[in-house]
Design a protein around this ligand. Structure first.
Ligand code: C5P
Length: 422
């Protein structure tokens, strides 16, 4: 969205996958991962690993056709559990693997799900271990279709996909792109990371279902000339974590972001901006119809009033250029003052007397909710400690990962939203 020709490098290298990983968002969850016979079965290896990295335990069940693509030993090594393929498997003491294997599961995730397997589930066929487990389950079923684009577009598959959804099955994807057959189109299985995100989201209560949320995040960059500028050390991690948590909670999310090294969370529409003025314009363009505005961005207080449109030259023996500063618009206060505008949430980083200063800032900016950063030097870190401040007082959210804090903040915001906005 930025009309600026230059994107400044981020000062803090950040790995979005590492930032979201190891958060234990699936800890305590037991997942039965069904693998059916498609070439995308190779992606299920990474999926099994990534689900476990988020804390889940994973029990793999494969169809006979799936074992033509990937060996059972691979999944056994990845999960540390025996892999089951056979309804007559005698390793389960009571001889009922078709019931026992899903008994402790929180969900069955079939990835990849072939067109044939989808058709079997629609018709309640139970001629192998996995299809029998699916029919005998009393837990949610998630399926990640994977097939050639013509198979996905075929009338029977269209009918089957609609019927599965009508039966309460959650379909994850498919995505579009290059396919193993060399064609391009719909039917490609979602990547392992996307499936992990969707699985995490599946278990999150939909506290913001039907709501529209606008989040600002990251630093701003105020140009001095076409190649130089002033910025700050905001990594964007808190704002991105909040955008992701809102999406997991069922909201439709737009993220207006200053320059960061982070990938946009899945399912979130990101609008890239550079300066505070760019950010104000993007927020104003997006704000209509939003239920909530969460202003996490570390907006620069000043811009360079005498910025040059050509690269400033070093003068022989001379001093540096003289920069003149002009105050930036307050984006949060501007949105908070809009008649009929969204429910506004601000952030505050204070070094002294956080509660009193933040409470004063909350009133001055005219926002119902302000989140104070309790920790010093929170920029770039993966954890934080927050104070939730409203007109009634304050509540402390103890030190935790930004991912976990973001999920708590969703709860704090959701319970304060006017019901009429539903
Ligand atoms: O005034 P201060 O920068 O401490 O306020 C912080 C809060 O105000 C944050 O929510 C930040 O996103 C927002 N803000 C803004 N526009 C500015 C400065 C801050 O939206 N120019």
């Amino acid at each position: 969205m930025s009309s600026s020709p230059i994107s400044p490098p981020s000062l803090i290298p950040a790995d979005p996958v590492a930032a979201a990983a190891d958060t234990g968002e699936l800890s305590g969850r037991h997942l039965l991962l069904g693998v059916t016979g498609g070439v995308a079965a190779f992606k299920a290896c990474e999926l099994a690993r990534e689900l476990q990295r988020r804390g889940a335990t994973v029990q793999v069940v494969m169809t006979e056709a799936a074992t033509r693509f990937i060996g059972t030993a691979t999944f056994q090594a990845l999960t540390g559990r025996p892999v089951y393929t056979d309804a007559w498997d005698t390793r389960i003491a009571n001889g009922m693997p078709h019931i026992d294997l899903s008994r402790d599961a929180d969900a069955i995730l079939v990835a990849p799900a072939t067109a044939d397997f989808m058709a079997k589930v629609v018709h309640g066929l139970a001629d192998d271990l996995l299809s029998t487990l699916v029919l005998a389950r009393d837990v949610p079923l998630l399926m990640a279709p994977a097939m050639n684009r013509q198979m996905w577009a075929a009338a029977p598959t269209r009918r089957n996909a609609a019927q599965l959804q009508a039966d309460g099955v959650t379909l994850l994807g498919p995505g579009a792109g290059e396919q193993a057959c060399g064609e391009t189109g719909d039917g490609r299985m979602l990547e392992a990371q996307q499936l992990v995100e969707e699985t995490i989201a599946f278990f999150v209560p939909k506290l913001l279902g039907g709501r529209r949320v606008l989040v600002s995040a990251g630093p701003t960059f105020e140009p001095i000339d076409p190649v130089r500028g002033i910025t700050n050390l905001s990594s964007g991690k808190m704002g991105y974590a909040i955008a992701r948590a809102c999406r997991h909670a069922g909201a439709q999310v737009v993220l207006v972001s200053g320059p960061t090294a982070l990938a946009a969370p899945d399912g979130v529409r990101r609008v890239d901006v550079r300066s505070a003025h760019d950010m104000l314009h993007a927020v104003q363009a997006e704000v209509a119809g939003q239920d909530v505005f969460i202003s996490v961005a570390a907006v620069a207080d000043w811009n360079i009033a005498n910025a040059s449109d050509h690269k400033l030259k070093k003068t022989e023996g001379g001093g540096g250029p003289t920069l003149e500063f002009a105050q930036n618009p307050d984006i949060l206060a501007t949105v908070a003052a809009m008649p009929g505008g969204p429910f506004c949430v601000g952030f505050a980083a204070e070094t002294e007397d956080l509660e009193a200063n933040a409470q004063e800032k909350r009133r001055r900016k005219g926002v119902p909710l302000l989140i104070g950063n309790l920790g010093q030097a929170t920029f770039g870190r993966d954890d934080n400690e927050l104070l939730v401040i409203d007109a009634q007082g304050s509540t402390r959210l103890p030190r935790a990962s930004k991912t976990a804090l973001a999920a708590s903040l969703v709860g704090e915001i959701a319970r304060r939203l006017p019901q009429a906005r539903c």
